[in-house]
Structures are given as C-alpha cells and as structure tokens.
Design a protein around this ligand. Structure first.
Ligand code: GCB
Length: 573
C-alpha cells in the first residue's frame, strides 16, 4: 500500500457516481449462481437479458458516503450495490498509476474498462490496485465497483454487532500517479533510545542500490542511505526532536526522497511504554482521559469521513477534557489520526474482531491479519496512535485465545513499537470485579468494558465495588455508561433520563478513583449512534443512546460530570 497517498499527484474520484441497487446480484451471477463473463461491469448498451440496464440513466450516489443515509429505500439495506464512474487519463511512459480506495464496506470487486482488477474484503481499511497497464489508450476509462455489505458469520466483523452496517464506498477514491520507481512505503519513528529511526521501501525497476535522503528541515538534519537488492533501506538520525505529546503536539516536516520522487509528511516523535501498572509517554506516567467514538457524522446522518468530521468529533472530545480517544470498533478514516496528531489526542485504534467471530476459520484469521496489516501500514507514522486493540468483548474460550495469540504475534512483527490491548470483560467474584481473561497475559495494557449501574449492579452500590487483576499491568476502562434520551430529565430512577445517566457516571467515577492500576478511561460513548439492535420506540428509535451528546450534538448532563472529573484529573495527575 502506498504510504501517504494524500501527498501524491492524484485525481480525486469523489463526487457523484452512477449506482444500481442489485439485491439478487443480477448483474453478476447467472440464474444458476455462476459469475457472468459479461456482467454489468462491461458497461454494455441496453439489451434484453443480462444487460437490461442503462448505466447512463442510473441513480446517483455520493462517494465518499454510505448508501443507507442517502436514499430512504436503502436505510436497512444489506446487499449489493454497483457503482460506476468515468475518468480521463491516458497511459504515459515512465509513470505508474494506482487506483486507491480509502474504504468500502464490506466486500468489493473492482473492474477497470470491463476487466477485473481485484477484490477486497474488510470495510474499514484502504486497498489499491495498480492500473498502469490497464488504462485506455484514448484516456477514456470507466471504473465499475460492486460493493456487498451482506453480513457473514466468517467475516470480520461477524453477523452481530451494535452499530449500523453502513454499505458503500465510504471513503475517498483516488487515482494516484507516481514515477516508475517511487517511494512506496516508509516508517519514521522515535526509537526507545531517543533517535529517529526508520526504513524506506522503493518500488520499481531502479529500486535496488538507490540513494535515499530523509530530511527534517526544522532540525537541519539529513540521513542518507542506500537501498539493498530488495529496494529497502534503513536509517537512523541522531538528533533531539521536541517530543510530541497532548500538551505539545509538535509535528515536523519530513521529506523522503528517492532518486526519482519525494514525499512530504508531518510526523511527531514520542515514546510509549509500560512500567508496572503505568503507561509512560516520553518516559513520564500519563493518565488517559478518554472517550470512545463511533465513526458517525457529527452534523448529518451516516458514516463520518474526511477532515471536517474528524475535527468536529475530536473537537468535542477536546472540550470534554480528553487527551485520549478510543476509535471504536474498527479503523476510522486516515484523516482522523492525522487530525488527532495535530490536536494532540492519543489514539486507541481497533480491529473489528468483535464479540463472537468464527475463531476456527483459517480464512477469518487470515482476514483479521490482513486488516491489521492494512491499518498498521496506513497509520504507522502517526505519533498519536499508541495502542492497537485486537478485539472487543470476545469470549475467553480456547479457540479465541489461540486466534488472538496469532494476532498478537502478527502485530508485534508488523510494529514492535506500540502497545497492544483488547477490550476484555471482568467477572464478579467474591463481591469484587476480577480481570483474569487468559489473553491478558499477551497484552501490554488491559482494556475492560463494564456496565455497573446499567446492565448489572445496583446503582447506589457501584462506588463500593473493588477491582482485582491477575496481571500486573495497566488497565484502561474502555467502556462504561448508561442510556439517556437527550432532553428527558427525570430523576435518578428514571431509565433513559439524563439524571440517571449522570448518576451512573458519578458512581463510576467514585469507583474508578479507587482502582490502583487504572491508567485510563474511555467511557461509552461520545455521541448517540445508529444501531439496529436498539428499536425501543420513542426512546432509542434505532439509536444507541449512551452518547454524552445527542445525535445532533446537544450535550447531556453526563457530559458535564465527566468534564469536571477530567478537569480535576488534569490538575491532579
Ligand atoms: C458493549 C459493546 C459496545 C456496545 C455497548 C452497549 O459492551 O462493546 O459495542 O455498543 O456495549 O451499548 O451495550
């Protein structure tokens, strides 16, 4: 995957795409379920049979964007939708061209000029195809994309979740142009020893034995390196950058130049580690004052995308007093971690290995590894990202532990510099909440989701609950909360009232103050979000109401409760 496509010469394909809703896959499969050699991807003129369509008269959908919130008929739709978009670009010698998707949910097949480019499975990570040799000589190209968001047991996520299964091309699409030999991927980070270290991977016919330069103009340093046979070079720069932190989110210009091209990035430098039950940022203990966030748009229905949405959502987190966000339950847009880098918000980034997936299926594990690789590949240069979370509330059985062990190994191979976590569950034992999930052994930081005072436990007893752990490790309380419909005041016994939700927060805060190994918190959740599991009429109406703000961004009482605690903590710790 090309690192940092944002800085490449590119043709944005965002905008209105032709679209056809195809619940029976008529454009793809014949009556016996076999793929048509000549399906809708061929863009043929109208004729009886397979081509009883006219692409030029088809509906329009916005890209990026989920289809559910663009057309009332598609609100609950799960299935196939076709997209088509034309663009003008002729092949040019010495140039390579890639078609890059920020994300499409969930399974995607892409054709260019009627020929299949490839497929991708996974709704939240980027993918791309090289199209250098596939462009039309006259420059008139058409892309056809089939996106299928049908839920499947073996998929990640699996069939049951607590969020909306938004379908479509949900992030930007770019045609990216680079020279024949180009800077394909790179990593630039502060090492534990305090030097800037990294590697650069060139791709192309002149990738071997090539000269590279990594420059940080503000520090007046240049590292030079030569690539090996495989086009890869490692480098180290002995310099003292100012450290990136929530208080000083300092980013440096970094230029990576190969013999034929260069890329510019903005990168922060910090260290992150664990000492006993503490998390250390730049060698100092830090308490993570966080909030969980779903990727739902702040000021309109549907999936969030791009920089503006990220600024609004992360701005609310900042107002709450956060120095940390949990980007639940899947990788969010690349723009979000860039904005978090700028705003100084530490990030927990998460894989959608959620609840009870098909642990025994080799293809499921392979797909989890693939999504993890795509996420790490995209965000490895973001200083804000300090935690990779591998799973949420999965059952502690053997098959799952074996699965997660493999993911842990894979994550450490891909990125040994960040902390690994997972949102676990605790059990009540002898009146205490106890964390002893065996996978805790493999993690650096334990996450824990608990709903004392809401799903279980007496509200006025929550503050008295004590916590133990089988592991001498830091704990992040990765979820806690209660539902409340904004505007319903009620009293502390009125379910779904603001007062009741605020009381749950007060009790929870009193309880958490007593947990000696607590290193952070990310309550559930910043904003009310759509969920098919939440039909309660006139209260939920298909929203999970645990937000601290309503779906329109109006603050509930509990926002103020958490904000006060965070202000207090910021002064104390
Ligand atoms: C959880 C899940 C989260 C749900 C939440 C809830 O434990 O991790 O995805 O939305 O509880 O509201 O029940």
């Amino acid at each position: 995957m090309i690192t940092h496509v944002e800085d490449r010469e590119r043709l944005r394909l965002d905008g209105r795409w032709r679209s056809i809703v195809d619940p029976y896959q008529t454009g793809y499969l014949d009556i016996y379920g076999r793929p048509w050699p000549v399906g809708w991807f061929k863009n043929l003129p109208l004729r009886p049979g397979i081509s009883e369509i006219d692409w030029d008269r088809a509906d329009l959908l916005d890209v990026p964007g989920d289809w559910n919130s663009q057309d009332d008929r598609l609100f609950f739709y799960e299935g196939n939708v076709w997209y088509r978009r034309d663009f003008h670009l002729s092949p040019a010698s010495g140039e390579r061209v890639f078609l890059h998707f920020g994300a499409a949910n969930h399974e995607t097949i892409v054709w260019l000029n009627g020929e299949e480019l490839g497929r991708h499975e996974g709704g939240f990570t980027p993918f791309e195809f090289e199209i250098s040799d596939r462009l039309a000589e006259d420059g008139e190209n058409f892309v056809v994309v089939k996106v299928d968001n049908t839920r499947r047991r073996e998929a990640i996520p699996t069939t049951s979740t607590d969020w909306w299964n938004y379908g479509g091309i949900t992030r930007s699409v770019d045609v990216v142009r680079v020279p024949e030999t180009f800077v394909h991927e790179y990593s630039v980070q502060l090492s534990a020893q305090g030097t800037i270290e990294g590697w650069v991977q060139l791709d192309g016919p002149a990738a071997a034995d090539a000269e590279l330069r990594v420059t940080l103009p503000e520090l007046e340093v240049v590292a030079r390196a030569r690539t090996a046979e495989d086009g890869r070079a490692v480098f180290a720069i002995d310099t003292e950058p100012e450290r990136w932190s929530p208080d000083t989110p300092r980013l440096y210009d970094v230029e990576i130049a190969g013999p034929h091209d260069s890329v510019r990035d903005r990168i922060g430098f910090r260290t992150i580690e664990v000492r006993g039950t503490e998390v250390l940022l730049n060698g100092e203990p830090i308490f993570l004052r966080g909030i969980s966030i779903h990727e739902e748009a702040p000021n309109r229905p549907g999936r969030a995308f791009g920089e503006d949405d990220a600024r609004t959502l992360l701005g609310w987190a900042r107002d709450l007093g956060c120095n940390f966000v949990r980007l639940a339950h899947y990788p969010h847009d690349a723009a979000t971690s860039r904005v978090a880098d700028e705003m100084g918000l530490l990030v927990w980034a998460e894989l959608p290995v959620y609840w009870n997936i098909a642990w025994e299926e080799p293809a499921t594990l392979a797909n989890a590894k693939q999504q993890l690789g795509e996420l790490i590949g995209r965000d490895r240069n973001r200083a804000c990202v300090v935690l990779w979370s591998l799973s949420n509330e999965s059952p502690a059985n053997d098959a799952r532990v074996a699965f997660l062990r493999e993911l842990v190994t894979h994550a450490r191979e891909l990125d040994g510099t960040r902390l690994l976590t997972a949102a676990l569950m605790a059990r009540m034992q002898d009146g205490q909440m106890c964390i002893d999930d065996p996978i805790g052994e493999q993690l650096d930081v334990m996450g824990c989701n608990e709903y004392l005072g809401w799903y279980y436990g007496e509200l006025d007893q929550v503050a008295k609950v004590r916590w133990t752990s089988a592991f001498e490790k830091p704990l992040i309380m990765s979820e806690l909360g209660a539902g409340a419909l904004q505007g319903v005041e009620g009293d502390e016994h009125t379910l779904f009232s603001e007062v009741h939700q605020a009381r749950v927060y007060e009790e929870q805060i009193a309880m958490m103050e007593q947990i000696p190994f607590l290193a952070g918190v990310s309550p559930w959740i910043l904003k009310d979000f759509r969920s098919p599991r939440r039909p309660l009429k006139d209260v939920q109406d298909y929203y999970n109401r645990k937000g601290l703000v309503s779906e329109r961004g109006i603050r509930k009482r509990a926002f103020g409760v958490l904000q006060r605690w965070y202000r207090d903590l910021a002064e104390r710790r």
